[in-house]
Design a protein around this ligand. Structure first.
Ligand code: COD
Ligand code: ZN
Length: 374
């Protein structure tokens, strides 16, 4: 029985920005009051983790990255009542504390207790549960899933169906709801509409699934990596564009293809240039541009001021507008009932100790999602 004891286990540490991850032996303290310790079963490698490794988000190093995780509760701290040891759970990068303004407002989901913007790297009491030979190792987003054991606040974990296959449903912790929800909840894509999706990675692919499920009749996919096109077509993309092979800016090509601009444009890359291209691909009057990607901190998005007055909408969306603790378990159940199919997004599965191979596949653009298994 490990409850109440410090656990020594393997975890991937980013010692500083722009340096390769290293698998090390770390100590994981027991959960304090209001916290949950999880034995990880799987984790996805998400674009946001890459932002962390590159240093695009201001974080404290050394840290344990990862946020798209599934596992089983090992032990809980005092006062925890929504999960118990043995429960299958997902980690929540966007938590739901149930008490802040965003949680109490019917339209809000960006919970005050999130630790993304900015990232403190510590638990609510200001300390970390991770250490390496006595040295503090920080949390990322209060999730840190690239580890055999992690500790998260109770508001950043949710119980899911006992029948859920843990080697896949980790995607429902972030990538799937982020993309799918952007289309169905936030944009509310309408039947017969034309959509354009910038970035056909894990998140962009889930956006495509949401557009298709909403009855979009044309879905234009944009990516600089043509390896993504075949799988994107299988998910519902009707036209593929590689901006590096076009004679004109991609937004001009979208305007020509559609005549009037797209009804809905989504940015799922996290770059200013593609955010502007998405905005300029939308219909001038009723187009809606959804920014899903997270741009580097301290960058500015400069729009031509008059471009908004004709009526188009610019909207940001985080984790698909879902109130996570309330809605994520239902998405898992929907998957088990074949109402949503995440299988095509899991293109690779590798054991945790093959992390470096997994990162290589990710950087080569070979994966939609590579899931690491513990
Ligand atoms: N033009 C076109 N495509 C590009 C370009 C470009 N200039 N640059 C890169 N791409 C393509 C890549 O080839 C790749 O296919 C795709 O963009 C990115 O995909 P991935 O697999 O690297 O990344 P994803 O899909 O896992 O995530 C992408 C996001 C940008 C959405 C991600 O980084 C992000 O910001 N996610 C967080 C969103 C969120 O809500 N998080 C919750 C907390 S806010
Ligand atoms: Zn993510």
């Amino acid at each position: 029985d490990t409850a109440g004891k410090t656990i020594t286990c393997r975890a991937a540490i980013a010692w500083k920005e722009k340096s390769p991850l290293k698998i090390e032996e770390v100590q994981v303290e027991p959960p304090k009051s209001g916290e949950v310790r999880i034995k990880m079963a799987s984790t996805g490698i998400c674009g946001t983790d890459d932002h962390v490794l590159k240093g695009d988000l201001s974080m404290k190093y050394p840290l344990i990255p990862g946020h798209e995780g599934a596992g089983i509760v090992e032990s809980v701290g005092d006062g925890v009542c929504s999960v118990k040891p043995g429960d299958k759970v997902l980690t929540l990068i966007v938590p739901q504390c149930g008490e802040c303004d965003a949680c109490l407002h019917c339209l809000g989901n960006f919970c005050d207790k999130q630790d993304i913007l900015p990232c403190s790297g510590v638990m609510m009491d200001g300390t970390s549960r991770f250490s390496y030979r006595g040295q503090t190792v920080y949390h990322s987003f209060r999730t840190s899933t690239f580890t055999e054991y992690t500790v998260v606040p109770e508001f950043a974990v949710v119980k899911i169906d006992d029948a859920a296959p843990l080697d896949k449903v980790c995607l429902i912790s972030c990538g799937v709801p982020t993309g799918y929800g952007a289309a169905v909840n936030s944009a509310k894509v309408t039947p017969g509409s034309t959509c354009v999706v910038f970035g056909l990675g894990g998140v962009g692919s889930a956006i495509v699934m949401g557009c298709k499920a909403s009855g979009a009749s044309r879905i234009i996919g944009v990516d600089i990596n043509e390896q993504k096109f075949c799988r994107a077509r299988a998910l519902g993309v009707t036209d593929c564009l590689n901006p590096t092979k076009l004679q004109k800016p991609v937004q001009e090509v979208v305007m020509e293809m559609t005549g009037v601009g797209a009804n809905f444009a989504f940015e799922a890359i996290g770059k200013i240039e593609t955010m502007l291209a998405a905005w300029n691909s939308c219909n001038n009057s009723y187009g809606v541009c959804l920014i899903v990607g997270v741009a580097p901190v301290n960058t500015q998005l400069c729009l031509q001021a008059v471009s908004i007055v004709s009526g188009k909408t610019l909207k940001g969306v985080c984790l698909g507008d879902y109130k996570t603790k309330d809605c994520i378990p239902q998405l898992v159940t929907d998957y088990l009932q074949n109402k949503i199919n995440i299988d095509p997004l899991v293109t690779h599965q590798l054991p945790f100790n093959e992390l470096h191979k997994a990162m290589k596949l990710y950087y080569k653009g070979k994966t939609i999602r590579c899931v690491l298994l513990f």
